[in-house]
Design a protein around this ligand. Structure first.
Ligand code: ZN
Length: 342
């Protein structure tokens, strides 16, 4: 595989205040590790600002205008835990536009995948509001680009961040061209993401939520990806797979409460690579969302990238779930069985 990486120092102009866990050090640590401890040379993808038209496919024009005005002040609170610095708008434009560029890099394949290491993250951002450290919904903007500009008809978005991707779900809730699959802790920020949220109208069955209690292991996640997402994706046959890759399910994350190891992340990447290989010629783009253990996240990103490039093998993890997890996913399978071969 030819594996691309997008990482731009201008993402770190986005700064929400001293002590905020969604901080520039997240990307600085990743960049430092990739410079010195990566066993292949990724293709570098250049960021560029998303255009107003590209953003307007997902976000309200008034919201884009509002965010553009945050450039005029050193600090603008956006919601209880989200803020903009004077350079946040530029970073957010570059994150969304860079994710589009990364999608185009993969599409120019064959044999290409990529990881967009962006800040600010995106999956909580709604049509008209910032939320949960997110300004523009990078993944949703890229999905819309692939559909409207590149003519793709079916996009799968898998979201393994510990938090539910409310913004992404809402962007495509009534549509059958974007399938949204989310595993997340529940009850937890931002609320929602229940198994009974399955989409509306034409979109019924195209939103798949697996709410989970804390403590989920590599085996649990592997099982969910292999046995729920797997059959659904093979029936849906996406033409491109986007991943909201949140590293707040890492075992050492100060916030998430999940127990995924570095091996586990490589295993999740493997599952998605296999699905992409089976359905869409390997087209796979990971996009960074949350993840707050600075060093653990950097090492997990490295293992994922090594797996994507093929310099490390798929880890040998048993896709095995606890009785608790079995109970939690039973309603997911029951409700989705009306739409998918589960
Ligand atoms: Zn998160």
């Amino acid at each position: 595989m030819t594996t691309g990486v997008l990482l731009d120092p201008r993402f770190n102009g986005h700064f929400m205040g001293p002590g905020h866990i969604e901080c520039p050090e997240r990307l600085e640590a990743i960049e430092a590790l990739l410079k010195t401890e990566l066993d292949f040379s990724p293709a570098r993808i250049a960021a560029r600002p998303a255009s107003a038209a590209e953003l307007a496919r997902v976000h309200a024009p008034e919201y884009i205008d509002f965010l553009s005005r945050t450039r005029e002040r050193a600090h603008t609170p956006l919601d209880g835990d989200t803020a903009a610095s004077s350079l946040s708008y530029e970073a957010a434009l570059l994150a969304a536009g860079g994710t589009i560029e990364a999608a185009d890099f993969v599409l120019a394949g064959p044999g290409r995948n990529a990881f967009a290491l962006v800040r600010p993250p995106g999956h909580h951002a709604e049509r008209g509001t910032a939320k949960g450290f997110c300004l523009f919904n990078n993944v949703a903007v890229a999905a819309e680009h692939l559909i409207r500009e590149r003519g793709l008809r079916r996009i799968l978005i898998a979201d393994w961040d510990v938090h539910h991707g409310n913004g992404t779900q809402n962007a495509f809730y009534a549509r059958d061209d974007v399938l949204f699959f989310s595993t997340h802790r529940s009850p937890f920020f931002p609320g929602g993401g229940g198994w009974d949220e399955i989409g509306a109208g034409d979109g019924r069955g195209y939103t798949v939520n697996a709410p989970l209690s804390a403590g989920k292991t590599d085996g649990d996640f592997l099982f969910l990806y292999r046995n729920i997402l797997g059959p659904i994706a093979r029936a849906f046959m996406p033409e491109f797979i986007l991943v909201s890759a949140g590293f707040d399910i890492y075992a050492g994350d100060p916030l998430g409460g999940m127990r995924v190891s570095l091996e586990g992340f490589a295993g999740l990447a493997s599952e998605l690579m296999d699905l992409a290989q089976e359905t869409c010629g390997g087209r796979l783009l990971l996009v960074l969302e949350g993840g707050y253990h600075i060093d653990g996240q950097a090492r997990a990103v490295r293992e994922v990238l090594r797996r994507m490039a093929g310099t490390r093998a798929a880890p040998d993890i048993r896709a095995d779930i606890s009785i608790t997890t079995q109970k939690e996913i039973t309603p997911v399978v029951d409700v989705q069985r009306a739409f998918w071969p589960l």
